[in-house]
Design a protein around this ligand. Structure first.
Ligand code: MN
Length: 132
């Protein structure tokens, strides 16, 4: 279980198969721009993934609670704390999630895209994650 957060924890994440550990999803808006509040239990992270788009697309993360990580393939992981902003371009392989010892929440904004889709890839291994 997780503590309640700004914008609400919501429901157990229906995309949980693409995560290591437990996370929660609260859809905030779905009509014009898709905005969701995502809360990760300590140690939880999503698989490596790519937000694809023919035009536009990508994702913006706004960290609001706890400590987490964002990593692009081939680059060092960046620590996220409340107020951190991450702009993820379409086509870039990456993952995001909580720190080992902290519940973590970010708002995720789907940048409007032409033919946008998500490609879910391999999990972030314990070996990679535990180095952080
Ligand atoms: Mn992402």
């Amino acid at each position: 279980m997780v503590k309640e957060v700004l914008f609400g924890v919501g429901e157990e994440n229906p995309y949980g198969e693409f995560f290591t550990g437990k996370s929660y999803l609260n859809m905030l808006t779905t009509d014009s721009v898709v905005v969701a509040n995502v809360t990760f239990e300590p140690g939880c992270r999503n698989n490596w993934h790519i937000h694809h788009a023919e035009k536009g697309g990508g994702q913006i993360l706004l960290a609001t609670d706890g400590e987490g990580w964002y990593q692009e393939e081939g680059k060092p992981a960046q620590k996220l704390t409340p107020g951190s902003v991450v702009e993820i371009p379409a086509g870039v392989k990456h993952w995001h999630g909580a720190a080992k010892d902290s519940q973590f929440t970010h708002i995720a904004i789907e940048v409007p895209a032409v033919n946008g889709s998500n490609e879910w890839l391999e999990p972030v291994s314990d070996e990679e994650y535990n180095k952080l």
